[in-house]
Design a protein around this ligand. Structure first.
Ligand SMILES: NC(=O)c1ccc[n+]([C@@H]2O[C@H](COP(=O)([O-])OP(=O)(O)OC[C@H]3O[C@@H](n4cnc5c(N)ncnc54)[C@H](O)[C@@H]3O)[C@@H](O)[C@H]2O)c1
Length: 320
């Protein structure tokens, strides 16, 4: 089962799972501002069971988890900005739905292996780089607090109830099927939107901020590794990827979409207050445990992304 399986990362995982011969149940509430998009699942629509249900409903969660051997728990709200404007909505999506899923498994399916997509956002402003799992957690926005709580629930259910869970702290993940129609889910999707349409890519504060970037296929591989390697049970791991500044990312896009341009602008105050500055992580713990590695360069990943949207643009610029 993939929760949030019609969204960006979830749908890429579903396509990979179907390709591997898995029997897949997709659970997604198709919440309006988030990345769920029926077109994301078009290549596999006849090969999956799709349930449009909201995991904030415990009985829906209980029926969804029954019979599932592996549960990839990706349902979530990604927007940091929205979490500040509607903290209670973020709380219900990022915490209530997660506790429901765990409680549903405790009652109906204790043997399932659950992989949860946590986030590097819970570290807050880094005290040192690269950030490893020993770095203190100190979220600077509501989204980070709620994702941290949900991660702790997963670890607690492993420790107290002997359930099989693993949390992966994803960093900036990008690729085909990502939401690009608005700017509320982070900058990469929006940069790609501006580049495709030949518009200005705005760099807040100059664009010197460094981040690390995981192409979605590498993130999907990490989830499969975490699900199937027993050493990962009860653990929490960082993922990582190539390190670049936001300006370097924009310049790669300009080379792919020459009609676009770059503009350096001051940071909007509401965004500056929840910006973590430079961040890049160490995935050493996960690499040592499993041998996983992020292999796709940002140049190659963005080229694949632009190619995908050039072929399928109409499905991503309007609300599905
Ligand atoms: N994209 C990134 O860079 C990134 C970074 C760190 C962590 N993550 C985590 O990865 C996961 C997937 O992110 P994404 O980028 O694919 O987001 P997305 O918005 O594309 O997908 C999330 C999906 O979850 C679904 N959903 C939300 N609440 C639900 C509920 N209560 N019941 C059922 N479905 C629900 C939405 O409808 C949406 O389709 C999230 O948990 C996110 O926090 C993503």
């Amino acid at each position: 089962m993939v929760t949030g399986g019609a969204g960006f990362i979830g749908s890429n995982l579903v396509v990979r799972l179907v390709g591997e011969g898995a029997v897949v149940r997709v659970v997604d509430a198709m919440l309006p501002l988030l990345g769920g998009n029926p077109f994301n699942l078009a290549p596999v629509k006849d090969d999956i069971e799709l349930r449009q249900v909201d995991l904030r409903d415990l009985s829906a969660a209980q029926s969804a988890v029954e019979g599932m051997e592996y549960i990839f728990n990706l349902a979530g709200n990604v927007s940091h900005l929205d979490s500040m404007q509607e903290p209670l909505t973020d709380l219900t999506i990022n915490v209530n739905a997660q506790v429901n899923t765990l409680e549903a498994c405790r009652a109906k399916n204790r043997d399932a292996m659950i992989v949860y997509t946590s986030t590097r956002q819970l570290y807050g402003v880094p005290q040192y780089l690269p950030v490893d799992e020993r770095h203190p957690v100190s979220p600077i926005d509501v989204n980070g607090i709620n994702k941290l709580a949900a991660e702790h629930y997963h670890t607690l259910y492993a420790r107290v109830y002997d359930m099989k869970t693993c949390s992966l702290r994803l960093t900036n993940t990008y690729g085909p099927r990502q939401l690009i129609r608005h700017a509320r889910q982070g900058f990469i999707g929006w940069f790609v939107n501006r580049a495709l349409l030949g518009e200005k890519i705005q760099l807040f504060g100059g664009g010197g901020q460094k981040r690390d970037f995981t192409f979605v296929d590498d993130a999907v591989e990490a989830m499969l590794v975490a699900a199937t390697n027993p050493v990962c049970r009860g653990e929490v791991y960082n993922l990582n990827g190539e390190r670049l500044s936001l300006e370097e990312v924009a310049r790669i896009l300009l080379a792919l979409c020459p009609k676009a341009s770059v503009e350096k602008v001051p940071f909007p105050p509401e965004k500056k207050k929840i910006d973590i500055g430079d961040y890049f992580g160490s995935a050493g713990k996960f690499i040592e445990a499993t041998g996983w590695g992020a292999h796709v360069t940002v140049a190659d990943g963005l080229a694949k992304m632009v190619e995908y949207y050039r072929a399928n643009q109409s499905h991503y610029l309007e609300k599905p």
